[in-house]
Write a protein that binds this ligand. Structure first.
Ligand code: SF4
Ligand code: SF4
Length: 84
């Protein structure tokens, strides 16, 4: 596990927080992002999308680091990552 650190203009450091948006249209429910997320903040929906897949959903509890592993492993390019 690793932590992304950013330094501000004063030289103080703070952990980077992130967020993701998962496209329910593109997701095919392969679960790769769920298994690879180091913070376990992605789970499977209990509702089918328009194509009949159980999509991945982001559970934003403030733990996402914006590491982008989920986006890198997604074969459908269904995940956008934001860092704050
Ligand atoms: S960016 Fe990283 S921590 Fe955030 S949901 Fe994706 S894999 Fe998990
Ligand atoms: S890796 Fe992509 S296609 Fe697979 S469940 Fe996650 S968002 Fe959906």
């Amino acid at each position: 596990m690793f932590l992304i650190i950013m330094s501000d203009k004063q030289g103080t450091t703070k952990p980077v927080k992130g967020a993701i948006v998962i496209s329910s249209e593109l997701c095919k429910g392969c679960e790769l992002c769920i298994h690879f997320c180091p913070k376990n903040v992605i789970s499977q929906s209990d509702k089918l999308n328009a194509s009949g897949y159980l999509c991945a959903v982001f559970n934003d509890n403030g733990e996402c680091t914006g590491c982008a592993i989920c986006a890198l492993v997604c074969p459908e390019v269904a995940i956008e990552v934001f860092r704050g």
